[in-house]
Design a protein. Structure first.
Length: 196
C-alpha cells in the first residue's frame, strides 16, 4: 500500500471509529446493562497484545468469560467454551464483544482491517514454527480480517498457522479496495446475525 493509501486508511480509521462509537453508544449501554444484571464481573476486559512495530498495547473488549477463566494460565478460546458467561456466549458468537476495540482504532493502536493481535505467550509458540510472524509488525493489527471471517476460532496451532498465512497474504496484497471488501463482508455478517 502506498504512503497516500496508508494515510487515507488511517484517516478512515479515525473518522470511522469516532462515528462508530457515537452510533453504537446505545448498544454499549444495553450490553453493559445485560452484563451488570448477570453479575459475573466487570463489563469491560483489557488484555495486553502485541501490535504495530512489536509494541504492546491493551486491547478493549466486552468481557465474555468468567473472572476465573485463566486461573490456570493463558488458554485459547474454544468455539464451545464452558468459561463463557451466558451474555458472553451471545456476544462472542456475533462478535459484539469486539465493539470496544473502536477505542483502540481511534487511538491508533489498531486499524479496522489487519491481522488479529495476539498475546506474547502464544506468539512465542507460533514463532517456534514460523519466525516470519514478526513480518506482521509493519502494519497495525485489525478488528477484522479475512482470517476472522474465514478461519473460525484459532483454537489449535494448525489454525494459528493458517491464520498467519492468510494475514501475510493480506499484508502483501492489501489495498483500500481489499479493506473495503472485508469491512462490507464483516458488516453483512454482523448485521445479518451470521456467526463468524
Amino acid at each position: 500500500m502506498s504512503w497516500i493509501g496508508r494515510c487515507i486508511k488511517r484517516l478512515f480509521d479515525f473518522v470511522g471509529a469516532a462515528v462508530g462509537l457515537v452510533c453504537t453508544f446505545p448498544l454499549f449501554l444495553v450490553i453493559s446493562l445485560a452484563q451488570l444484571i448477570e453479575g459475573e464481573g466487570p463489563v469491560f476486559y483489557r488484555q495486553e497484545r502485541v501490535g504495530y512495530r512489536g509494541r504492546t498495547f491493551r486491547i478493549w473488549k466486552f468481557r465474555t468469560m468468567k473472572t476465573t477463566a485463566e486461573d490456570e494460565g493463558p488458554q485459547l478460546a474454544q468455539e464451545q467454551d464452558d468459561r463463557l458467561t451466558q451474555v458472553g456466549r451471545f456476544l462472542r458468537s456475533h462478535h459484539l464483544d469486539e465493539l470496544p476495540q473502536l477505542l483502540n482504532v481511534l487511538t491508533g493502536d489498531m486499524s479496522f482491517v489487519g491481522y488479529r493481535p495476539e498475546r506474547e505467550y502464544f506468539i512465542r509458540q507460533i514463532m517456534q514454527h514460523r519466525p516470519d510472524y514478526a513480518d506482521l509488525y509493519v502494519s497495525r493489527p485489525g478488528v477484522t480480517s479475512n482470517a476472522t471471517l474465514h478461519n473460525g476460532y484459532t483454537d489449535t496451532m494448525e489454525k494459528m498457522i493458517r491464520r498467519l498465512d492468510m494475514d501475510l497474504d493480506y499484508l502483501h496484497h492489501r489495498s483500500l479496495l481489499t479493506d473495503a471488501n472485508i469491512i462490507v463482508e464483516t458488516l453483512c455478517c454482523v448485521l445479518g446475525g451470521k456467526k463468524i
